[in-house]
Design a protein around this ligand. Sequence first.
Ligand SMILES: NC(=O)c1ccc[n+]([C@@H]2O[C@H](COP(=O)([O-])OP(=O)(O)OC[C@H]3O[C@@H](n4cnc5c(N)ncnc54)[C@H](O)[C@@H]3O)[C@@H](O)[C@H]2O)c1
Ligand SMILES: [Fe+2]
Length: 401
Amino acid sequence: MPLKKVLYRIFHFILRLVVLLLPYPKQNIITGAGSIKKLPEVIAQFKMNNVLLVTDKGLMALGLTDSLQAGLKERGIKFTIYDEVQPNPTIENIEAATEAYKNSGCQGLIAFGGGSPMDCAKLTGARITNPGKSIAKMRGLFKVGKKIPPLFAVPTTSGTGSETTVAAVVTDSGTHEKYAVSDLKLIPPVVVLDPELTLGLPAHITAATGMDALTHGIEAYIGLHGTRFVNEAAEKCIKLIFEYLEKTYNDGKNIDCREQMAWASFYGGAAFTRASVGYIHGIAHNMGGLYGVPHGLANAIILPFLLEFYGKKAEKKLAALAKLTGTAPEGTPKSEASRIFIEKIKDMNRKMGIPSYIKELKGEDIPLIAKRAEKEANPFYPVPRILDQKELEEVIARLLP
Ligand SMILES: NC(=O)c1ccc[n+]([C@@H]2O[C@H](COP(=O)([O-])OP(=O)(O)OC[C@H]3O[C@@H](n4cnc5c(N)ncnc54)[C@H](O)[C@@H]3O)[C@@H](O)[C@H]2O)c1
Ligand SMILES: [Fe+2]
């Protein structure tokens, strides 16, 4: 093994020990259809009467925040709305939300939406208590600084798991680089998992976000940082997605399916926030930063190609997942079971209208994407097989239209 790879593996080993010792905070999880109505009372228990509601224009237009707004008014909790969050949120979004928070004298944040509003709210919180530190300076692990104000997370997609993760992903609109800020302080103390809020999620977003959750589960499971907790959470996530994602795609108004998907996403987040992700996310983040490809869609497309590229290094665990999901019958040889599992993912993509290529991808950008993905992943992601820039270029080339 070349020296570089040995050093990466030593880093992975140390990181694993650090992660094992981390004091993950307990979250208050409010669940069930209509559970959003309980949030104002919970906010009042935090002894605050003025909050910033961070969301996006699409959700506002759908009236999805209406019942929450009515509940806040009833409880006498003042709120200011920041609804300019873009998909793949930018540093500008965070700075504008921070201004709105300060100008209105808010005391806490409601993160209402998919990963984009949730991540924007997390980093807004980080900027409020750390005014002297730019988002760029918080990039990486444990660099936020002071504790953020109380954050109430209300996911309206079932994919990112941001409601339970240490991460917030941001795009620098100057360089088109997308990166993560990861810190225990970004884990929201309160989460509302209300499947009613996801009933109107369009089928194509249901598909893409669901595949994001699947990618979290799989990357956490096949990486080197699996613990009993991680493996169980990843298994729950993957099993639920295999059982419910296509059903939800075909029958979006089915509240039971929506509820199962909300849990799948949550478990995926719980797994990867401890065990990290891998190159699939490393590449997907750059497809988002460079071309604005929705995060889940990028993951869905990259997932089977990268699993194939891992080859023998991921075979045993993928075979275990084939068994867990009933994709391959008992006794199927590992290499065959792993292949069947990957084929099943391709089939799910096909059935949900997800292509097998990234339509925006240009050949001349491949070295830059590979370089940035390599920088993001090595040595931070405990991947089953360490890849260098050239190997990543090879995988990315397979995603050309
Ligand atoms: N923090 C983390 O741990 C983490 C993990 C994975 C991904 N991410 C990040 O999250 C972002 C992606 O989040 P996302 O995939 O949830 O998408 P998103 O938040 O960007 O939302 C996508 C679109 O769906 C719409 N939408 C959301 N909920 C809806 C609903 N209930 N009904 C109708 N429309 C709805 C939004 O208005 C938006 O137009 C990316 O920036 C990604 O990098 C973060
Ligand atoms: Fe993701």
